[in-house]
Design a binder for this molecule. Structure first.
Ligand SMILES: [Mn+2]
Length: 348
């Protein structure tokens, strides 16, 4: 049996709202979702697992219809989904009453439930969120019902407010595969067995690195999965160490060249560290408005003229502090202590 495992599609999300490419980004979750459906069709995948947060918020009826239309394009594929914290089942959610295609199975219950997929010898277990937060662990000590089935758990969570999960929760349970969602970074928690799909595409610029889905195959109760990246958008972290000598123009020119060489789907989150000229700080607003720069984090420390400060503040605490630090063995720690201390004393 071939299957695809996706999570955190966040249909309806609007990433990078303040950027000129916002419209384009808004389309990515839908485009990526459609690509997965095409893939399921092409490769005759028998099972599509959706581990929560298909939608970024409460879905509208027209959005459910749109999604259902795509599921109708793959009638040979069984689709199993749960609601996550973002698209949780509120009392009046239209998600509750929507009539899905025959091949779609929504595990709506607030308690662990399961669906048996005829012809696939497979049972899929799972539960949906009925509220935004679930503080207690829910995936511990779940036992599968008797019978010779391939048993899959659809799980959503993994942080302290959304069903905490610890690696040992799944160490000795009976599931053959645990399809997790919620944490946006893809990772195989237990190789070929417990897998966090990660967001299908990044939802904000802190979702760094590659995103996509997992494709799996089960033969004789043995499961093997592989990650398949999708390239609509990728946020790439770029760390730059600056020195007081570097000018705004030189830095921007360097960045432009670096960005020009990168594939078009990549956007950049820039972190500046090192020391900058205290009198003429870098204009990070200007850098933020550069093409394909999504965020600039400035962690530079001001550069001080210690000789001048010592003369100026002689016997005052600032002058004495600098001399005391200079007399200590010089290493990374005393270097940082000197800068942090002077910064704090100057601020007073
Ligand atoms: Mn979530």
């Amino acid at each position: 049996m071939k299957f695809i495992h996706i999570a955190d599609i966040h249909l309806g999300a609007k990433p990078d709202r303040d950027k000129e490419w916002a419209k384009e980004r808004e389309m990515h979750s839908w485009q990526a979702f459609k690509e997965v459906i095409d893939k399921a069709k092409e490769e005759q995948v028998q099972l599509l697992l959706i581990a929560g947060d298909l939608f970024h918020g409460q879905p509208l009826v027209k959005e459910l219809k749109e999604v259902n239309y795509h599921f109708s394009r793959i009638p040979q594929t069984q689709v199993v989904l749960i609601a996550g914290n973002h698209d949780h089942l509120t009392p009046d959610s239209c998600y509750r009453t929507f009539q899905w295609e025959k091949n779609v199975h929504f595990l709506k219950s607030e308690e662990i439930d399961y669906i048996e997929l005829e012809g696939l010898d497979t049972r899929v277990y799972g539960m949906s969120y009925w509220k935004k937060e679930i503080l207690e662990p829910r995936y511990k000590d779940i036992h599968v019902k008797a019978g010779d089935f391939f048993n899959i758990l659809l799980a959503h969570g993994g942080d302290e407010k959304h069903i905490p999960i610890s690696g040992s929760d799944f160490a000795d349970n009976d599931f053959d595969y645990v399809a997790c969602g919620h944490i946006h970074k893809p990772v195989q928690i237990v190789q070929d067995k417990v897998v966090m799909a990660g967001a299908l595409q990044p939802i904000d610029c802190n979702d760094l690195g590659e995103h996509g889905y997992f494709e799996g195959e089960i033969k004789n109760h043995v499961c093997h999965v592989k990650f398949v990246p999708l390239y609509y958008c990728e946020y790439v972290p770029l760390k730059l160490k600056v020195s007081p000598e570097i000018t705004q123009g030189a830095l921007q020119e360097f960045l432009e060249n670096r960005i020009r060489l990168a594939p078009a789907y990549q956007k950049f989150k820039i972190t500046l560290n090192g020391y900058c000229d205290r009198e003429n700080p870098l204009d990070t607003e200007k850098m933020k408005s550069m093409d394909r720069v999504v965020k600039v984090v400035n962690q530079c420390r001001a550069d001080y003229d210690f000789e001048k400060l010592k003369r100026q503040y002689g016997q005052q605490i600032l002058g004495r502090y600098i001399r005391a630090l200079e007399e200590m063995p010089q290493n990374k720690i005393t270097e940082k202590a000197l800068y942090y201390g002077v910064e704090a004393l100057m601020a007073e």
